[in-house]
Design a protein around this ligand. Sequence first.
Ligand SMILES: Nc1ncnc2c1ncn2[C@@H]1O[C@H](COP(=O)(O)OP(=O)(O)OP(=O)(O)O)[C@@H](O)[C@H]1O
Ligand SMILES: [Mg+2]
Length: 334
Amino acid sequence: MSSGNQDTVLAVKDLRTHLFTKMGVVKAVDGVTFDLKRGETLGIVGESGSGKSMTAMSLFRLLPSGGRTVSGSVNLEGEELLTKSESEMRQIRGRRMSMILQDPQSSLDPVFTVGTQLMEALRIQEPAPRKELRKRAVDILRSVNVADPERRVDNYPHQMSGGMKQRVVGGIAISGQPTVLVADEPTTALDVTIQSQYMELLNEIKEATNLSIIFITHDMGIVASMCDRVMVMYSGRIVESGSVREIFNNPQHPYTKALMASVPTIDRKTERLFSIEGTPPPLWDLPTGCRFAPRCPVAMDRCMGEYPPTVSLVAPDGVAHEAACWLAGDADHE
Ligand SMILES: Nc1ncnc2c1ncn2[C@@H]1O[C@H](COP(=O)(O)OP(=O)(O)OP(=O)(O)O)[C@@H](O)[C@H]1O
Ligand SMILES: [Mg+2]
């Protein structure tokens, strides 16, 4: 589906976002490069703390205190975002690039009706008479398949089911007709029903629009059902990327292989998703070589000393498949 020359909407190059803390410089995002094509759903996977959310927040330029993007480029449809002013960024967030959170509770205000909240989102994007905004709010509820939208628009969040609230949040996220939608799945386990409704909603949004979606998750099963392409993150870097089919059928990086072998647990709060011993290195004291080497079952001396180059593999589906490992493909690195 996504081949080389397809329309790129977002190009991220060598992005580095560091957190300046008492402990030292936490290299949360440390040289991340990727492209997102129009209409594509790109998954980002990797265990907790690998830098997935920080990568997403860097795109929006919404960083926690102490956080700073120290270098790189984030190009949205030909425009560099990293040099934009805060007021210019406010024109972009929620309009051209928007974020959807899985937990509707944290996105909706309990004291206002969903209609008021939708109308406010619409008004910020483009001021219009109240009546017109209300009509558009109803249209948006209809577009995300909320039944009886004329009535539901006057509901308070507590009068709606979890799934319906999710749809409202989805409606707000796409109300500005964004080019890019970032969906960041939380680590904490949510109700399975809510989760499947969320997936359904995202799939509907994906089908109805030509949106490009960045989907952040821990769960390879979700990647398989949602994404066209996937990037695997480890310790602030992308260690492998390719089409979902390639990553599942022909993983090259030992970390990706471990991810594939991992068994999702019922309680996703526990980090027993990974069948690999040990933990990632501290982000303020990274090894010079491969960051996975200390845990890697096939590590060689070289892996400890030198960070591996990115190897391009020949994928049968023609989608770029790359892995940063000395052992990837048949490449001879001498
Ligand atoms: N507000 C913060 N202050 C200091 N360090 C932070 C802050 N937020 C995140 N970090 C650190 O940045 C690193 C990357 O965090 P990030 O939230 O991007 O991970 P993640 O891949 O999204 O993890 P998860 O799957 O748990 O959501 C982690 O080591 C984390 O401890
Ligand atoms: Mg996160």
